[in-house]
Design a protein around this ligand. Structure first.
Ligand code: ADP
Ligand code: MG
Length: 298
């Protein structure tokens, strides 16, 4: 059955807006029916809007707690919106947490932070008092660290190179602290490519090498000069968190090409080209097959 195209939210130009400081792109918060949404503008020539939406839908296929995302537009053009998941709690980003653990941690830097290692992140997330997001505890019976490994499986599946220390965090409500849902997946699915490049990659079977080149913002060791690949980040984290690898590989393996087609075809044609759809599909299938094989030495 063919599902209808995804809705496009039009931001009311008279709605009050509050600029969001964090992150790199222009964005603002606005309120609809008492709920806060974050509008993120799509940079010209990119597919950041559809990548953000597709990634959230793929996160849902995996059963991950994720920010709800819709395609959107305002008077300035295309974008996406995501529903506030903090609901009055405090979002504490990874850089703050790692700095609390080690005051020498460079919390002001975003890129090339080699202290953002898999080991350090898993250590922070393995605190016994840390809860998994409520929905996942019930559905999956997983710890926060096990759920975070699922975020890295998602990154590997969609080729998300943006899991830096401001793109994961914890939510604090009073004295309870839980892993925050996964968010900010716009840098994925080949959203930066031009169509001619996508066409050439698809015809020349170069999607595999594109998939293998995806870099995470996580490091294997603080003395490394290059971050890990998205796949190596998943393998290394899943090796450190007992009971996580088999569970996430099984969930990745359970995604059918049909399920991917169902969500890809729901992006309205004014938003994504045929090449954009085909490349995103092929990329996820390549990454899926890489995730379902035992890793080469990472
Ligand atoms: N759905 C959400 N609910 C609550 N806070 C969010 C949500 N999405 C993003 N944020 C906050 O806004 C910041 C910027 O958003 P993000 O999606 O990371 O944008 P950018 O692509 O510019 O980095 C995040 O670091 C986080 O603090
Ligand atoms: Mg961000």
């Amino acid at each position: 059955m063919k599902l209808p195209p995804f809705d496009i939210v039009s931001v009311d130009p008279s709605a009050e807006r509050e600029h969001e400081q964090m992150g790199s792109k222009p964005k603002y918060w606005f309120r609809v029916d008492g709920k806060m949404w974050l509008f993120k503008r799509c940079r010209p020539g990119t597919g950041e809007d559809w990548a953000e939406k597709l990634a959230a839908e793929v996160a849902a296929l995996l059963g991950l707690p994720h920010a709800r995302v819709e395609l959107a537009e305002d008077e300035g053009g295309r974008g996406s919106v995501c529903l506030d998941f903090a609901g009055g709690g405090d979002l504490i980003h990874g850089n703050e947490l790692l700095w609390q653990m080690d005051s020498g941690y460079p919390r002001e830097k975003i890129w090339r932070v080699s202290a953002h290692t898999v080991e350090n992140v898993v250590h922070v997330l393995s605190s016994p008092s840390l809860e998994a997001p409520a929905s996942t505890v019930q559905q999956l019976g997983m710890t926060a660290a096990q759920v975070f490994v699922g975020y890295l499986a998602l990154d590997a599946l969609i080729g998300n190179g943006d899991r830096h220390h401001e793109n994961w965090g914890l939510l604090r409500f009073g004295d309870r602290v839980a892993l925050a849902p996964t968010y900010d997946h716009a840098s994925s699915l080949g959203r930066e490519l031009r169509d001619e490049k996508r066409r050439a990659s698809l015809v020349g079977h170069r999607v595999t090498s594109y998939a293998q080149r995806a870099r995470s913002a996580l490091y294997g060791s603080s003395s490394d000069s290059r971050p890990l690949s998205t796949h190596a980040a998943f393998w290394q984290a899943s090796a450190r968190v007992e009971g996580s690898r088999a569970a996430w590989v099984a969930r990745v393996a359970g995604i059918t090409p049909h399920a991917l087609d169902q969500i890809i075809q729901r992006i309205p044609s004014g938003r994504i080209s045929q090449e954009g759809r085909q490349f995103a599909r092929r990329l996820m299938l390549e990454n899926q097959s890489m995730l379902c094989k035992e890793p080469a030495a990472s």
